[in-house]
Design a protein around this ligand. Structure first.
Ligand code: MN
Ligand code: MN
Length: 298
């Protein structure tokens, strides 16, 4: 069994998770569910993100830290959120349909889903479900890459293409990308064609101006971070964000956060589990942010 190797008591985490895996019938409106989506078959350069969900959960529960989000939200109270079992992908070719139908079912119960990838291709089927449920949805994508290729290596569903698919189908009102530093001529054309708002890394100060009306979905590609902060990704792209800058964006986000994903964490390239701890911290702050919205609306 894979393990972070940092945690003295794996069994305790499994017990905690089992407690969370209560029947979905009991889901309450607005509840946050963390869903592992271990799929990396659409990666282009190397594989590995398939095993990420388990490592991110272990990092979240690591006894080297605690379960308090920075704005004094205690996730350890274990209310308002839960962890579900990972999706299982047995039939090749049916993966996206499975993701979409599962997210659909959770949204029908008014859950807010935080998906743990997997590579970035999973965001397309997730947004197919979200776009149906939320008519004025905006996406905030943090990424080194725009992921707007029409196709890559003959795969239109590659992790380099999800946002081209999402925008072709007009699933969202608005896509804002932050942290981009790999634009090509083709992707620049695609961005213009689809009306994507891009804040490139070289103009990152403009990220302070972002404001959303209505529901926002956060798609967090771990390679938005500089490889110095998060080396455990498939595509090392220097010149990226600090962990603190990403935390700030999550904490200060102006808009109503209705869902999120954390994708492209590659444990195969993270022997020290440093990036795993970063992903766990980002997950904690995303959930803290969502729970904070709950208490404001209560
Ligand atoms: Mn990406
Ligand atoms: Mn990326």
């Amino acid at each position: 069994r894979l393990s972070l190797g940092l945690i003295p008591n794996i069994k305790k985490i499994e017990d905690v998770m089992r407690n969370f895996n209560t029947k979905e019938k009991a889901l309450r409106a607005g509840e946050i569910v963390v869903l592992g989506v271990p799929l990396d078959r659409n990666s282009s350069f190397c594989r590995g993100p398939e095993s990420a969900p388990q490592f991110i959960r272990e990092a979240l529960f690591s006894e080297s830290s605690n379960l308090w989000a920075e704005k004094m939200i205690d996730l350890g109270l274990m209310s308002g959120w839960r962890i579900l079992d990972d999706l299982e992908f047995l039939d090749q070719g049916a993966e996206f349909a499975k993701i979409e139908s599962r997210i659909n079912a959770l949204l029908a119960k008014k859950a807010r889903v935080v998906s743990l990838g997997g590579d970035h291709s999973i965001t397309y089927p997730i947004i197919k479900a979200y776009g149906k449920r939320y008519k004025n949805l905006s996406i905030l994508q943090l990424d080194a890459h725009p992921d707007l290729y029409d196709e890559l290596e003959d795969n239109r569903y590659s992790h380099a293409c999800p946002f081209a698919r999402i925008l072709e189908k007009k699933l969202v009102k608005r896509l804002v990308q932050v942290g981009i530093r790999t634009l090509t001529g083709h992707q620049h054309e695609q961005a213009k064609r689809f009306g994507v708002e891009i804040i490139e890394m070289r103009e990152i100060d403009r990220a302070d101006e972002i404001k959303f009306d209505g529901p926002v979905y956060l798609s967090l590609d771990m390679d938005c971070l500089d490889p110095a902060f998060a080396p455990g990704v498939s595509h090392h792209e220097p010149g990226g964000m600090s962990t603190r800058a990403v935390l700030q964006i999550i904490q200060d986000l102006r808009g109503q956060l209705v869902g999120a994903d954390i994708v492209e964490y590659n444990p195969e390239r993270d022997p020290q589990r440093i990036t795993g701890m970063v992903a766990g911290k980002l997950l904690k702050e995303i959930m803290g942010r969502m729970l904070e919205e709950n208490s404001k609306n209560a």
